[in-house]
Ligand binder design. Sequence first.
Ligand code: CU
Length: 140
Amino acid sequence: MKFIILILVSYNIFAQNLIVSKPYIREVPPTSKNSAAFMKLKNTTDKSIIIIGAKSDISKAVELHNHTLVNGMMKMRQIKEILVPPKSIVELKPKSLHVMFIGLKDELREGNSHKLSLIQKNGNEVKIIAPVKSIKRHRH
Ligand SMILES: [Cu+2]
């Protein structure tokens, strides 16, 4: 656990205006081609931070998504950006904002970790290492 924290800290040296905590990728069955990543984004500055995209090698495409109500049903759709207001925290979580992986290249196994980057509008990239976790097992 200490090892993971050290990696996260060193990866954030160049983008400390945005602090990422508790990142994880949802474990999915081997037959599933898509998954998502969740985390908390903390803006420590007095200016808004705008995330305009994400990158990862684990899937063919990586998109920013949110869930919205469409004809009485919650559906996810791609969004252009995630806004983190000054001095505040935005949480990416199931049934809400998430980073979507489309066309997984490999199986996601709990216990493994994968690299992921968030791209800010100002060009900064926030590098993250996110462990794969089973959501069912962690639900209360
Ligand atoms: Cu999605």
